[in-house]
Each structure stands twice: as C-alpha cells, then as structure tokens.
Design a protein around this ligand. Structure first.
Ligand SMILES: [Zn+2]
Ligand SMILES: [Zn+2]
Length: 336
C-alpha cells in the first residue's frame, strides 16, 4: 500500500514526509482493517512531522481523522463486517483495566495509544484499529468528507464545550478561531448561548460572524462586551490567560485547549483568578465522540474544507503551515 511516512522530523519545507510502498497490514485479534477513503490533515500532524512533538515510534504514518470502510477483520472481531463505514480518531486504544479506564476517564489512561503517533495512522491506504475503538458511522447521515474533520476538531470541541459547563442562556467566550472553535460555535448557537470570539485574523472574524458569533474582536485591544460564564482558550500564549480570566465572571470556567503553553502568569489573583475554575482538554475519549456524532448529524454540520489528493499531502501541509488553505480544514480524498 502507499503511505506517507515520517522517518526523520524536519521543517515542512524540507519535506519530512516520504511516500513509501508498504505491505498491507494484517488485522490481529479483535482488530479491523480499514480502507481509508478520507483523512483530515491536522495541525498536530504538522507538529509530528516537524518535531515540535518527539516521535513515539519511528517511522510513523501520521493521520488521525480517518474515515473509511472495513476491508478485513481479525480473529474474534464481530462488531463490523466488510463494507461498513467507520471512523478512527486520535484515541486508538487504551488498556481498559486501569483506574482511569474503569471509571470512564479513558483519556487519562497511561497506556493510551494514539493514531498516527503511537501506531500508524490514516495517511495510508489501509489502517488497523481495535474494533471497540472505531466509531460506527453506518447510520450517521453525513458525508465522509464531513465526518473526517469531526474525528478530531469536532470531538475535541465537544469535549472543551462540555467541560466548560456553559448552559443555555449563558455567555461563552473563545480566543482563537480554528476548526475546533468553529464546531463549538455551531453547537453553542443552536443552544441559545451568546458567543464572543477574539481572533487576530480578519478572515476568521468574518467567518465567525457569518456563522452566528454575537461579537468578534481582539482581546489584545478591547474587552468583551460582557464578562462570560465560560471561556475556551486555544492559543499557546500563556501571557494571554489573565486577559481571558479578566473577561470571565468569578463563577466561570476557563478551558485551555492547547497541548503546550508558554509560561502563564497571574498578576492579580483576587481580581482575575479568585473563584474561577481552570481546566484543560487532555487527549480524547470515545463517549464524547459518540455524543458529538449525533449532535453533528442533528445540526447537519458542515465546515468549509479544502479537498486534497493523496499525492498532494506534503504540499497541502506546507499550505497549512503557511496559513494559506482554502477553507477551515483540509481533507484527503483517496479517490482523487
Ligand atoms: Zn487532530
Ligand atoms: Zn487504562
């Protein structure tokens, strides 16, 4: 099978992804083999290729926003049959027996395996996953190209939204407007939540407004019109965290979505931090994915996307790095 492989991490301009011809993987006990039809390209794939995150295995096939059809099943795999449509997210497997797994917090499992990082992912014609960790897309009435980005920014957005504890009738603020924030905006607006979005990008301000944001601006220069009940924060700039807290009510929750952050300083504890909760998004979990798939289907969620061919992946990632993509996300269509 053809696969894009990272053997050596380097800047995307130096082409860290190499096209390889590899044997089609054989599904083991309770695994399914998925013939990939669509795979989203994520900023995390860029971090893996460039070395912002150390490699967990070498070489590795990136890609964790996979949609495809079951092609073969291993021994005792009974959940799916050949031809069934499934999805694979960042969460490839967990141990199932540690205290986090048994209490329903599988995203904290210390033995977590992540697709396209600890195990090979979807920048390839075929990918393996344990049947219990595949999302059942047989009865989800959305196109596969729409479902691919839901596998990462969609599910992650739902996770952040849930732990923000924002309720109908309340106010939600967001700093940064990428695909994750886009999905949160769509859901929040369907629930009578007032949404304020801070972004530097004029293009993102326009898109946010078009999709129902009640206020768009830039917290670096101005405050929100009102303090919010919940705040979801995407940048890696720790220096901005206190600005977010200043715009959040004392009972409110601040959710940090980043995987890395420059130092966070709080200069005025009593005015800005006292009473607020700070939470972080950590990996992903299946229950949030199953919930979000139903919500996305009900809202008929669609995101502006750049469809790319498999051959085009390194060029597409270069455009992602340069901030020069045509839409909010990129999705590989394997039929092109
Ligand atoms: Zn991702
Ligand atoms: Zn576990």
């Amino acid at each position: 099978m053809k696969a894009w492989v990272v053997e050596e991490q380097k800047q995307i301009t130096e082409r860290p992804l190499k096209m390889k011809n590899l044997p089609v993987p054989e599904p083991k006990e309770r695994e399914i083999r998925v013939r990939v039809t669509h795979c989203g390209i994520c900023r995390t794939d860029l971090h893996i290729a460039e070395g912002d995150i150390p490699l967990s295995k070498k070489p590795v096939i990136p890609g964790h926003e996979v949609v495809g059809v079951v092609d073969d099943v291993g021994a005792n795999a009974k959940r799916f049959s050949a031809g069934d449509r499934v999805g694979i997210s960042w969460l490839n497997s967990t141990c199932g027996s540690c205290k986090y797994c048994t209490r329903g917090d599988e995203n904290y499992c210390p033995h977590i395996k992540r697709t396209g990082y600890d195990v090979d992912g979807g920048f390839a014609e075929y990918v393996l996953v344990h049947e219990d960790y595949a999302f059942d897309l047989r009865n989800i009435n959305l196109a596969s190209e729409e479902l691919a980005p839901i596998m990462c920014p969609g599910i992650t957005g739902h996770y952040a939204f849930r732990i923000s504890e924002v309720r109908p009738g309340e106010k939600l603020g967001m700093l940064g407007f990428g695909p994750t924030a886009y999905y949160i905006l769509k859901v929040a607006k369907s629930m009578d939540i007032e949404v304020y979005i801070s972004t530097r990008s004029e293009e993102h301000k326009r898109i946010a407004k078009e999709h129902g944001a009640d206020w768009v601006g830039n917290l670096a220069h101005e405050d929100f019109p009102h303090k919010v009940d919940a705040f979801i924060f995407f940048p890696t700039a720790g220096a901005l965290v206190e600005r977010a807290l200043q715009n959040t009510v004392p009972a409110g929750t601040l959710v940090l979505g980043a995987v890395t952050m420059s130092p966070i300083t709080i200069s005025n504890y009593t005015a800005n931090l006292w009473g607020r909760k700070i939470k972080t998004v950590y990996q992903v979990r299946r229950d949030y994915g199953v919930e979000f798939l139903k919500i996305a289907e009900r809202l008929n969620v669609s995101i502006d996307k750049e469809i790319v061919s498999f051959e085009e992946v390194p060029d597409a990632m270069l455009r992602l790095k340069e901030g020069n993509i045509d839409g909010m996300v990129q999705v590989i269509d394997f039929s092109l």
